[in-house]
Design a protein around this ligand. Structure first.
Ligand code: UD1
Ligand code: MG
Length: 441
């Protein structure tokens, strides 16, 4: 199967207008599960050319960040899906054996379906569906033996043809040589005066080439054109991710309140309480538990770690096994070694914290001087007293102890105690005197 995938170049169509999204950015850059719509489609392909409009700099820049091998073809003006495929096809230096054609706004297609499509031996294989409401879709017309004859667009279909339930889903695989021969033959004799890709089907079957189809469910072919379809696609995507996690042996106390990114990896025996949110780039290892209302992105959570409730873990964080991050704690670009604890109300940023070190409540790493970020390095078995400010750059060596309420600005050596605070005053009888005075006011 993978051999077929590698041999296949994909042409992805994304040059249409995105007016219904009411957005300053291209439709296909909107995200579900923290990945753009076009990113979901590109992830199904090995090698792709994306057909875009001339105003698509944003698409090109964004796509190249995650899929650097992608090439682009500019369709100007957009004269229909057939014209778009021709525009893409004409830019290919080599064409290979098969061409896979996909639409950039159908992010829920799965790899399994694409592999099925590629496994077909026909000259052209269509991805089809039987939607609850076929209005607007191209209908697949067959003869009585079930041979595919042509696709008729909704606007061009007769009343009889509109009764056909089998619709074209917007993806196909076709022999590259046939595409080369038949693309120039597509004409625009239709209601919209566009060069339709689907006209190929009639040209191929007339010339005696085999056209087959496979079906998949409507949900997989859901197109995203407006914000409510974007929300609906997000819903389907999240349901898939939740089911995948449950099947992988993860406990989700309230699956519907858990939000995943496209690349979230959860190992078995992870437990998630309700309302846990994953941004991109998170891996949670075996046995870790994440309590309610935690927000985590760009982090590796080690085995048996305990996070939250109400923890915020930001990118470039590594938590080694059995470390703990408690309530109202923010961690950013920090490495906590095994068994270390930051249990309450702290900010640890740009820092390394050694093994079995305890960071007291309210500790802040003061990492930013208004111009640059600086590192805080804390050794093993260190105890940081509550409400300490650690002014970076700073090194606190192994087994040191910081007194509560200190503002630490100088390095602390191994085994030392450091504290910095004002001298405490005590006025004998002062409290009694104060209360007496206030009660007369
Ligand atoms: C298309 C199919 C229809 C099918 C449906 C499935 C055609 C003619 N019709 O209709 O049979 O049932 O998809 O969803 O193909 N695009 C370009 N350049 C253009 C025109 C379109 O790049 O000149 C891109 C769009 O950005 C979009 C895709 O092609 O990603 C499909 O175009 P769209 O206008 O949405 O086609 P449909 O009317 O939905
Ligand atoms: Mg469409």
């Amino acid at each position: 199967m993978t051999i077929a995938t590698i041999a296949t170049i994909a042409i992805i169509l994304a040059a249409g207008k995105s007016s219904r999204m009411k957005s300053d950015k291209s439709k296909v850059l909107h995200k579900i599960g923290h990945r753009s719509l076009i990113g979901h489609v590109l992830a199904l392909t090995e090698q792709a050319v994306v057909v875009v409009s001339p105003e698509s700099k944003d698409i090109q820049e964004e796509v190249l960040k995650s899929f650097p091998g992608t090439t682009f073809a500019i369709q100007d003006p957009p004269l229909g899906t057939g014209h778009a495929v021709k525009t893409g096809f004409d830019t290919l230096p080599e064409i290979g054996e098969n061409i896979l054609i996909l639409y950039g706004d159908t992010p829920l297609l799965t790899k399994e379906t694409i592999d099925q499509l590629l496994a077909s031996n026909a000259h052209c294989t269509l991805l089809a569906m039987e939607p609850r409401n076929p209005d607007g879709y191209g209908r697949i017309v067959q003869d009585i033996q079930g041979n595919v004859l042509r696709i008729v667009e909704h606007n061009d279909a007769s009343l009889q043809e509109r009764d056909i339930q089998l619709c074209f889903g917007g993806a196909m695989v076709i022999k590259a040589e046939l595409l080369k021969t038949f693309l120039p033959k597509i004409e625009n004799h239709n209601a919209k005066k566009e060069y339709y890709l689907v006209t190929l089907v009639e040209l191929l079957s007339h010339a005696g080439h085999s056209v087959s189809y496979i079906t998949t469910d409507e949900e997989e072919l859901m197109g995203v054109n407006d914000r409510s379809q974007l929300a609906a696609a997000e819903h389907v995507f999240q349901t898939r991710m939740r089911n995948k996690a449950l099947q992988a042996g993860v406990t989700l106390c309230d699956p519907t309140s858990t939000y995943f990114a496209y690349d979230t990896v959860l190992e078995s025996d992870v437990t998630l309480e309700p309302h846990v949110y994953f941004g991109p780039g998170v891996r949670v290892k075996k046995g870790a538990s994440i309590r309610a209302f935690s927000h985590i992105e760009g982090a590796e959570i080690g085995e048996n770690c305990a996070i939250g409730p109400f923890a915020r873990i930001r990118p470039k964080t590594i938590l080694e096994p059995s470390s703990k991050v408690g309530n109202f704690v923010e961690i950013k670009n920090a490495h906590l070694k095994s068994g270390s604890k930051v249990n309450h109300l702290s900010y640890i940023g740009d820092a390394t914290v050694g093994k079995k070190t305890n960071i007291g409540a309210g500790t802040i790493t003061c990492n930013y001087d208004g111009f640059h970020k600086h590192q805080t390095i804390i050794g093993d078995d260190v105890s940081i007293g509550a409400n300490s400010s650690l002014v970076a750059p700073l090194i606190i060596e192994d087994a040191a102890l910081i007194g509560a309420g200190s503002v630490i600005t100088k390095n602390v050596s191994k085994g030392s105690m450091a504290l910095e605070r004002g001298i405490q005053k005590e006025i004998q009888g002062g409290a009694t005197h104060y209360r007496r005075k206030r009660s007369k006011d």
